[in-house]
Design a protein around this ligand. Sequence first.
Ligand code: BGC
Length: 819
Amino acid sequence: MTDRTATEPATAALRSLVGKLTLEQKVRLLTGADNWALHAEPAVGLRRIVLSDGPGGVRGESWDGRFTALNLPSATALAATWDPRIAYRYGAVIACEARRMGVDVVLGPTINLHRSPLGGRHFEAYSEDPLLTSRLAAAFVRGVQDGGVGATPKHYVANDAETDRFTVDNRIGARALRELYLAAFEDTVTGERPWMMMSAYNSVNGTTMSEHPLLAEPLCGEWGFDGVVVSDWWAVRSTEPAALARQDLVMPGPEGPWGGKLTAAVRDGRVPEEAVDEKVLRILRLAVRVGALEGFAPAVAAPPAGEDGPALAREVAAAGTVLVRNSGELPWSADGLRSVAVIGHLGFLPRTQGGGSATVEPARAVSPLEGLRAALPATRVDWHLGALAQRGIAPFAGSDLTDPVSGRPGVRLVCRGADGTVILDEHRRDANLARLGSARLAHTATVEVTARYLPARSGPVRIGVAGAGTLRLLVDGTELLREELVHTGEEFGGGLVSPPHASAPVELDAGRPVDIAVRLDLPPRRGPDSGVTLVAGLDLDTGAPDAEIAAAAAAARDADAALVVVGTGPEVESEGFDRTTLALPGRQDDLVRAVAAANPRTVVAVNAGAPVLLPWRDDVAAVLLTWFGGQEFGHALADVLLGTVEPGGRLPTTWPVDEADVPVLSTTPAAGRLPYDEGIRIGYRAWLESGTEPAYPFGHGLGYTTWAPPAAGIPGELAAGDDLLLTVALRNTGERRGKQVVQAYLSRPAGAVDRPVRWLAGHATVTAGPGQTATADLRIPARAFQHWDGAWRTEPGDFQVHLGFSSADLAVTGTVRIH
Ligand code: BGC
């Protein structure tokens, strides 16, 4: 690992560079040059610094899919590994991706907490628990920065939901703020020294975060953060208040509330020039770290060559898969399976990542169907829709298409101005043109896509297009569609989140190509970056949902075993909005019930980034929670189903039986305010208090072997301020090699301070062969014994230490007296 302090630049040398710049030159550096880059400043040898999302892959400087990127499993999948060593490797691979794409700073990890399961963006955050979040986030940041790339913990602080995110005022008590929401960031800042931090959109207790005193304290003072505070995109809305706060950089640019207005504010004495100088100094310090300032050595001279990204994606997806029910069905033995029915929209078109700014464009995404087929070459593996997870158009795979001009796999894209002149004429690798928005397309009036499509199967299908505008679709020269598609939903990143669509039936013959031509006359747009989307492909909606369920159940009855893949779509889990329900969309619950009734060997894989309700969970043979499994999802799922790999995950967040049981549910502000009235009790802390049983508790997850309760000597005494170090022995009592996550919780049965029933204080991961005992070193930090009361304090006396395998399965208890 690199020594991150040895190469820190001499601040005095940087100050002298700041002194060479005019006020205008300095202020210019404090707003982005465009969407993703900072301004260069040749006067001091500063090149542009490039930022890019994000938490589960690196998108690069374009939204529109021309550049493919590694799509790692969602942060919730990473969190479910409970393994900081894996989080470190995940960060290291992200750094390699960033360097490959010319990106200096990655906008992640997302450190906000799963306060309510309705939070729409939980897939890209880790957990409902601050300790687990902080350990994983810290390791991620170390992995990224050891690779010579900056990390950006975000969104500081309390962007725990998306409803009215620009304006919501989260009302949070001092203790909850310190013990939960700030605690999630603290060790990452103090221990890993991130080079950038992102301030959040929301307000906390009346002040928007880009102007908030919390940027100064505890972030910069107490925690010693010396990097750049970047705004969330468009979050800075003021000149003086934000410039007087410890907000350094306004993104995106080049327009914004600083620029000339800030220069004037300095000239008028409303903002001291020293404040500007300090911000510029921090940008130069960042520039040194990433190697963007001439004459200074970067923080990491020789970044390590990364490991194989797709292989890591596969490993993480399996290591984060949580087996929550198994009636002895899993693992499957390949020998005993003559046929498997893969059922569900997501079995064929899985969700490998959440929506919004965390999205990247993978070169491929392995479906459960493909994964199982590859793993079971001698078994008949068929797919049946059963039920839709989301309505819309499933894009044709690029490999089934040929660009008629270049002859390469993919499509020809032509954009024309209002007078018919060609603005753009280029090859695209597939028909998923979900984000065409960009300044160079500002004057596009018509988008045309042509391709030759080679069907793999014979029979009737519906070919369709999603987008907004006046649509014409021709197949082999025959007009199939001519209609107006009107968009009323969300736009994001130059695309439409849920574009309207239309489709028409055609009869295809396997192996006989058809020529597809699409023309979309665009409606007036809101601005040059406003959404242009054109997706051409198949509409899986046959309009006969009962018949689809019946057909899937019949297929399951005829197969040896069934795998049903259910989950959420981008209308449910994305950025900019929260969820309205935890129920699975569409008829997916009916589908699972029908398949389970038809075949007792029904296994369900839940492809959702955050909790959903599973009302049939006790009626199926096995349930795997797979999160958004990244581009290698199908292979990882097959690995777990066949027992090649242990389902290594444990829940980073509680899964409820019912919405009515969830202690903290609402994400909807009233009169602009969202009160965090539950104080220090969110997640399992609140569930334990309420006494209601969730479907699956925090920390829970089964494996394919069995374990004896953990054994550890718990010392009876500890000095206040010391960490408690435990050596825990874990014996694998089963017949297979396996992984276990031992968890330590603290409680305080008698004490003067109000506390949760118990709280996570430490965890460690072991693997052991059959009959073997493994030992884990488990560190409970001194902070776990402390509470916030204007300062961190330790209440002396007896704490109980509970050891076990989930927040609800704690077999071993000992008492430690704190002096
Ligand atoms: C998101 C950030 C993201 C930024 C840039 C914002 O909408 O909240 O997490 O980094 O966009 O894409």
